[in-house]
Design a protein around this ligand. Structure first.
Ligand code: C2E
Ligand code: CA
Ligand code: CA
Length: 300
């Protein structure tokens, strides 16, 4: 980034430097990144999201879609992952990857996260009422949410409002280094387990800390990151690693979910394994609740 070529406003310059730094870190060690048009687009977009996210919640622009988690051999659906959606009347769909990041950095993840837990529980109660009593709903949590002192009381209150059993709810936590060093966080996860909520490690195998997690917290499910299934057909080593993760998970009596199953070739690969679950566009895209209910009724 160059002064005055890229700008003269100090706040903007600092933001640009920060974005270049984040990009350099994303690319790995010993990198430098010059500010460029792509980064400028992302800066403007991030500012736009920051300015509109607060209203999005109040204007009911945020909704939840559900993606089935299935037994790949029988196609029986065992659970649904709740995924946040934001549709802005002028800007259109904004991906959760973009707005969850912003929400995490400005604290809005707390009200948004609570709203998503509430909608997911309301929808789960509706599913139970309409005859889908054997499903669980899997809700993504950000670490900030989990660390908030009101998290467990809020979840308890929502559960009570909709008369739900904790066993029907799973919380997905993404692996990060922080968790292993944070005894408060480990305690909160333990409390959730005591209350019979299910805990899943999301994107397993993507970072470095996956195995460390398993030593410290009691989990029910490993969700193997999409990047595995995407490459197993061409990368023999990765295929073996996937096999090893599945064996390890099964030895620990964990449920294994393979994420990102998109094609019948992916399906053929995962069907070599027994007693696993899968999720991906091959089975279904994330759907609004009513669409999910209709498609399930039509299938049966
Ligand atoms: P995730 O938790 O790993 O969710 C799975 C993502 O993979 C979803 O993207 C889903 O639409 C996508 N996906 C599912 N099947 C396939 C497939 O076969 N191929 C490909 N290429 N993608 C597939 P989405 O909905 O865009 O969400 C992105 C991420 O945003 C999520 O990744 C999660 O980290 C975060 N997120 C979404 N909703 C929430 C939420 O309510 N709270 C929090 N904290 N994070 C959320
Ligand atoms: Ca997830
Ligand atoms: Ca995932």
């Amino acid at each position: 980034m160059f002064f005055p070529y890229d700008g003269v406003d100090s706040e903007k310059l600092i933001q640009m430097a920060d974005i270049s730094l984040t990009e350099a870190k994303r690319l790995g060690k010993n990198q430098y990144v010059f500010y460029n048009d792509d980064l400028e687009y992302r800066r403007v977009r991030k500012n736009w999201i920051e300015h509109h996210l607060n209203n999005a919640l109040f204007n009911n622009e945020i909704t939840v879609h559900y993606q089935p988690i299935v037994n790949p051999k029988t196609k029986v659906i065992t659970g649904l992952e709740a995924l946040a959606r934001w549709y802005h009347p002028k800007e259109g769909a904004i991906s959760p990857q973009e707005f969850i990041d912003v929400a995490e950095s400005n604290g809005l993840i707390i009200p948004i996260g609570t709203y998503i837990v509430q909608i997911a529980c309301q929808d789960l109660a509706e599913l139970n009422k309409r005859g889908f009593e054997n499903l669980f709903v899997s809700i993504n949590l950000s670490l900030k949410q989990l660390k908030h002192p009101d998290f467990i009381p809020t979840v308890d209150r929502i559960l009570q409002t909709y008369g739900l059993n904790a066993k029907q709810i799973q919380f997905e936590i993404t692996e990060t280094m922080t968790l292993q060093e944070d005894s408060e966080l480990i305690k909160t996860i333990g409390e959730l387990k005591n209350k019979q909520f299910r805990i899943a490690i999301d994107d397993f195998g993507k970072g470095f800390s996956s195995i460390g997690y398993l030593k410290q917290i009691s989990v029910d499910t490993l969700k193997i990151d999409k990047s595995y299934v995407f490459n197993v057909l061409t990368d023999e080593k990765l295929a073996k690693l996937t096999n090893a993760i599945i064996i390890m998970g099964q030895l620990l009596h964990l449920d294994i979910v393979i994420e990102g199953v998109e094609t019948k070739e992916h399906l053929a690969f995962i069907n070599r394994f027994s007693n696993i679950l899968a999720q991906g566009y091959y089975f279904s895209r994330p759907l609004p609740l009513e669409e999910f209910i209709e498609s399930s009724i039509n299938r049966n």
